[in-house]
Ligand binder design. Structure first.
Ligand code: ZN
Length: 134
């Protein structure tokens, strides 16, 4: 079951510069900076009420974020939905005909199991499913 929007992912060229903007905008400090080496990204999280903002900076030129920035520039990169059971949701969405980039859950930032859906089956929006790791 999909529970809520957990965070919005925003692709940025420079995480330190963008953090200053978002920390001032939201009146709160970043609570975690974390690198996900397998994805070639550095992430920074800010909490706003129940929701979070995830800033994403590329750590190498082959990173999906580097490619995104090259093509589209900075902006909203993905919407992440929290699910209670990521394996069950992956199976449900595959059965519904959605195309998944990850057909099995993988480790993401912020203590989460994650899987991305391909934007070609989701109206051009990159969607992330995430489940808190116990
Ligand atoms: Zn995310």
């Amino acid at each position: 079951m999909i529970k809520k929007i957990e965070h919005l992912g925003i692709a940025v060229a420079n995480i330190d510069e963008s953090l200053r903007v978002f920390e001032t905008l939201l009146g709160t400090q970043c609570y975690k900076i974390e690198e996900v080496e397998s994805e070639g990204v550095k992430t920074a999280f800010l909490q706003v009420g129940e929701s979070k903002i995830e800033l994403l900076e590329a750590t190498n030129p082959d990173s999906p974020i580097a490619k995104y920035l090259e093509k589209r520039g900075q902006g909203i990169h993905h919407i992440a939905f929290e699910v209670d059971n990521i394996q069950t949701e992956i199976e449900r969405l595959l059965n519904e005909g959605f195309v998944l980039i990850h057909e099995s859950p993988k480790n993401g930032a912020d203590n989460k199991l994650i899987a991305f859906l391909h934007p070609k089956s989701t109206e051009s929006i990159l969607i992330e499913l995430c489940q808190e790791k116990n």
